[in-house]
Design a protein around this ligand. Structure first.
Ligand SMILES: [Zn+2]
Ligand SMILES: [Zn+2]
Length: 328
């Protein structure tokens, strides 16, 4: 069985699994008409009330064809001598963002992006009912090197541990809060909005900004101005429409002004607090953590020297360029 093993010298988890047999290349599994081949539908929005596993959908969620994490696995935590092992119980799902094979976040309408954002919420709410799932990552890659163009989707990865990057971010937010009794992200927002230099776009509900210490050129965060730790609890009719509009505009800016570069988008969100193991875990998370989205352009090109990122385009310049190419 697939196992997560912990490297005790780094506190990193590694998934040990057999190499999958490659799937024969016989067209897109996710285009309308092929619903029967993509695995049982997990959720979908359909304009007309046609049945599941058929066409007519606008957004559809299916299991990943070769999942890293499976809901069917039994959760086993085991000590193997001095080592720790957990079975790969979780979920690997794809949120198909459009029925059209060639769509990207820069070509689909804001209304369609909004439907995708609601589906993010639905999947988070549903998966967080499972107490054995500790963390859920929603991400999307565009033009990943070495990967042929594919049907547009976001990936949902739900796991029985907390992702290392989430854990680090949560710890920093908690420590900042313990010291200052204020949310780190609210403080960043206040300063960046006052300073203006790195703000790309400011609306009633959101700030689009290039972070002070951007790891690579064009790194961008979309941060809600209203404090909330969990995306799925914070999304409202108003904020979903606004976020959809901003997301569409942002990716159109990248596509038209910057040559449609590859990127990775990640929703940074609170983990599943219902999976709390120790009494004091995440005691102040509602006040100390602040959900947001991060976009890294060409993540594979990020330049590092001994773990220190080297970014040769100042964040202030990138913010100005993004502002200059913003539509409208
Ligand atoms: Zn397709
Ligand atoms: Zn905050």
């Amino acid at each position: 069985m697939d196992e997560l093993r912990k490297d005790p010298t780094r506190s990193n988890w590694v998934l040990i699994r057999p190499k999958p047999t490659p799937r024969p290349d016989d067209g897109c599994l996710y285009c309308p008409g092929n619903e029967g081949r993509s695995g049982p539908e997990i959720a979908a929005y359909r304009k007309d009330s046609l049945g599941a596993n058929g066409p007519g959908w606008t957004v559809r969620v299916v299991p990943e064809s070769d999942p890293y994490f499976r809901i069917e696995h039994e959760l086993v935590r085991e000590g193997v001598g001095m080592f720790d092992m957990i079975t790969a119980r979780g979920a690997s799902e794809l949120i198909l963002e459009s029925p059209k094979h060639g769509d990207t976040l820069a070509t689909i309408s804001p209304a369609q992006v909004e439907a995708v954002l609601w589906m993010y919420r639905d999947r988070l709410l549903d998966l967080k009912r499972d107490h054995q799932i500790r963390d859920i990552m929603i991400s999307r890659r565009h033009r990943k090197p070495g990967v042929p163009p594919h049907h547009p989707y976001s990936r949902v990865t739900a796991i029985p541990i907390v992702f290392a990057a989430t854990r680090r971010e949560l710890r920093e937010a908690r420590d900042y809060y313990q010291y200052k009794r204020r949310c780190l992200y609210c403080d960043i927002l206040r300063q960046e909005i006052a300073n203006e230099e790195r703000i790309v776009r400011l609306t009633r509900g959101f700030a689009v900004l290039v972070p002070y210490a951007a790891r690579s050129p064009l790194e961008t965060w979309i941060v809600p101005r209203q404090h909330a730790c969990a995306y799925e609890e914070a999304l409202s009719a108003e904020s979903a429409a606004e976020l959809a509009r901003l997301t569409t505009d942002y990716f159109r800016t990248l596509a038209r002004g910057f040559g449609d570069p590859g990127y990775e988008l990640q929703l940074h969100n609170a983990p599943n607090v219902r999976s709390r193991i120790l009494q004091g875990d995440w005691a102040t998370i509602r006040d100390d953590y602040h959900w947001h989205m991060e976009i890294v352009v060409h993540p594979e090109r990020a330049n590092r020297i001994g773990g220190i990122y080297v970014n040769e385009r100042p964040p202030e310049t990138c913010a100005a360029e993004l502002r200059a190419h913003w539509p409208g």
